[in-house]
Write a protein that binds this ligand. Structure first.
Ligand SMILES: [Ca+2]
Ligand SMILES: [Ca+2]
Length: 217
């Protein structure tokens, strides 16, 4: 009897693990713009090749809900050069001016307000994949403080030399911007606000944001 109970528990544990689902990011079609560029950087991850996706982010089903909607409030570090703040959450991932917010050069951020504290399982940011490029100082943070002064959790940071001066050298790698954006495992971090930094790209000094999606519970 005891043995039976044990194996039932073991089975339940296996079932719970097996129930995990992949976070579903809806990807726009790949954008092809001719000859791939040679991009030089000390901190660039090896090229996976176009069309090769990163491993999925697996979570229990209750954490797989998309939290951002077209009504999610978006604020920015500076006024947009072109586009509207709402373009970052409009569900349109076309890499052009109809769907993209463009902020001036330098270190800039886009911040999403989820309306209340949530448990965040994943964040994905799409900059501009209009040509193959690498964005600099990509940093993603979660907090309950809209000013990001207290209780800040950094879930991604590829500012390896702390040139953005947030106080910590990032250990993540720079990546080529493609249609799959940059999905990041937020490891069930609690918070109301998600802030995404960047500092221009290898193609141009401005900061482009096509879309940001947040998943969780
Ligand atoms: Ca958009
Ligand atoms: Ca840097």
């Amino acid at each position: 009897m005891k043995k039976l109970v044990m194996s039932a528990l073991a089975l339940a544990a296996v079932a719970a693990f097996a129930e995990k689902v992949a976070i579903k990011f809806e990807l726009p079609p790949p954008h092809s713009s001719g000859t791939p560029k040679e991009i030089k950087s000390d901190n660039l991850e090896p090229d996976r090749g176009p069309g090769k996706l990163r491993p999925p982010i697996m979570v229990e089903p209750e954490y797989a809900k998309k939290l951002t909607t077209e009504d999610t409030k978006v604020t920015t570090s500076e006024e947009a050069v072109t586009g509207e703040n709402e373009y970052v959450v409009d569900g349109d991932k076309t890499p052009d001016a109809t769907s993209m917010l463009q902020l001036p050069g330098g270190v800039q951020w886009v911040q999403l307000d989820l309306g209340a504290e949530h448990v965040i399982s994943a964040v994905c940011v799409w900059h501009d994949q209009g040509d193959e490029r690498v964005y600099k100082d990509v940093i993603m943070q979660i907090s309950n403080d809209p000013k990001f002064l207290e209780g800040v959790t950094t879930i991604f940071n590829n500012d390896h030399d702390d040139s953005a001066k947030l106080g910590k050298k990032g250990t993540d790698k720079e990546y080529r911007e493609r249609n799959d954006g940059r999905p990041v495992d937020a490891k069930l971090t609690k918070g109301r606000y998600v802030r995404c930094y960047s500092n221009g790209s290898t193609s141009e000094p401005v900061n482009n944001y096509i879309e940001i999606e947040v998943f969780g519970k």
